[in-house]
Design a protein around this ligand. Sequence first.
Ligand code: ARG
Length: 294
Amino acid sequence: MQDIINKAKVLMEALPYIKRFANKTIVIKYGGNAMVEEVLKEGFAQDIILMKYIGLNPVVVHGGGPQIGRVLKAMGKESFFVQGMRVTDTETMDVVEMVLGGKVNKEIVGNINRHGGRAVGLSGKDGGLILARKLEMTGINPDSLTPEIIDIGMVGEVESINPAIITALEESNFIPVIAPIGVGLRGETYNINADLVAGKIAGALRAEKLILLTDVEGVRGKDGRLISTIDIGRVPDLINDGTITGGMIPKVNCCVDAIEEGVAKTHIIDGRMEHACLLEIFTDLGIGTAIARF
Ligand SMILES: NC(=[NH2+])NCCC[C@H](N)C(=O)O
C-alpha cells in the first residue's frame, strides 16, 4: 500500500514542473556517454518523448566528437586538438559535416521517432539557423613567450542564430535535432562546439531551460561534493578560487551567457545516469547543478 502511495507522491512532485514548463522551450545539449551506451540512448529518447507529450518543447543539440574521430581514423587521418578543439582542415570539415549532420544526427532522430516522436534533423545550414565566423584562437608562442594567433582551420563560433526554422517546427509539433555546424557569410562550413551552439540557441529562443548533459555529476565543490545550485553572481568567485576548473569553466560560462540572454535556468547534469533529464526537470532537488539568478 505504502509503495503505491509513494508512486503517487513521485507523480505529484512532478506536477508543479509540468504546469510551469508546459509550452516552454527546453534546449538540451546531448553528448558523451548518453549518446553511446544503449540503455542511456533509449532512456534519453524516452525522456524527450515524455517531455513532448506533456507539453514541453524540447530542442536537441548534439555533439559527436568520438564518432568523428573514429571515421577519420578509419580513413587514415590523425586527429589533432588545440585547447580541446579539433584542428579542422577542409578535408576534416567534410568528414565532420558528413558524420555529424548525417550518421549521428539521423541516428538520434531515428531513436526518438522509434519511441513515438516526430523528430526532424537539421544542421545550422538549414533555414540559415546558425551564422558562424572563424574562431580566433590565441595561444602563447613557446619560443618567444608572446601571444600569437593559432590557426585551427574551420572551427567556428556563433555569429548569430536565426531561430525561425525551430519555431516553425515547434508550431507543428516536431522535435528539432540540431547538428552544431554553422555557415559563414561566404557559404563556408564551420565546425562549432555543441555546448556553445546549445547556449546560443537557448538564448535566441529565450528558452525556459538549457540543459548540458555531461559525463560528470555536475559542478563539484572543493570538498568533492556536488553543488546543487549556483547563483550566477557567484560564478566569478568560484572560478577565481579554483572551485570551477578546466573543462567545466567553458560549460559554466556558456550557462551564464545563456542566462544573460534571457534563459530562465540552466543545468549541468550527469548524462551517465539513466533518465537524467527527467530527474532534473521533474523533481525538486534534481540530480545535477542548476545555475540561475536565484
Ligand atoms: N540541480 C538542482 N538543484 N535542480 C533543481 C531542479 C528543480 C526543478 N526540477 C527545475 O527544473 O527547475
